[in-house]
Design a protein around this ligand. Structure first.
Ligand code: GTP
Ligand code: MG
Length: 139
């Protein structure tokens, strides 16, 4: 059965551009309930742990440099079929290929600065939520 939670991060470029409020409003209007949220800045090392599945790929260095370049907003979202629906909601990884009215189409600047993250599976949603939030912060 598909899970009810997914994990998201508003990435440094979108935060710095002042899009956080608009993005969160769109998420809530889309039927997602925010069940945990915080603003933090990742170190490059922690960004590397978060994206460890991409270790060794050509874009890994740029990805971890970018994700540690400024503040992010991390959140756990609740909705039926959360992971799959939210991936559709944010749009394709490359904003230029994202569908109209998706968050990446509206607020993404490039393949690297694509505004927002969304978990790619229920297992990733659990791992990523646990990376940022303890049990007590999720209730
Ligand atoms: P996330 O939600 O951030 O995990 O994006 P994703 O699941 O749509 O893509 P993926 O996990 O495959 O890649 C993680 C991030 O690395 C993406 O959001 C992109 O910013 C970046 N990325 C992925 N593929 C490429 C690539 O081929 N070139 C470059 N420069 N960056 C890439
Ligand atoms: Mg991914």
């Amino acid at each position: 059965m598909a899970g009810k939670i997914t994990f998201t991060m508003i990435k440094p470029s979108a935060f710095e551009s002042g899009f956080t409020g608009k993005i969160l409003a769109k998420i809530e209007d889309g039927g997602y309930r925010i069940i945990a949220m915080k603003k933090v800045r990742l170190s490059k090392e922690l960004a590397g742990h978060f994206y460890e599945m991409h270790t060794g790929k050509p874009f890994f260095e740029d990805l971890t440099t970018f994700m540690s370049s400024g503040s992010i907003v991390a959140a756990i979202l609740e909705k039926e079929n959360a992971v799959e629906d939210f991936r559709q909601f944010i749009g394709a990884t490359d904003p230029a290929k994202a569908e109209d009215n998706t968050i990446r189409k509206l607020y993404g600047k490039s393949l690297s600065e694509n505004a927002i993250h969304g978990s790619d599976s229920d297992e990733s949603a659990e791992r990523e939520s646990g990376f940022f939030f303890s049990f007590i912060e999720r209730t």
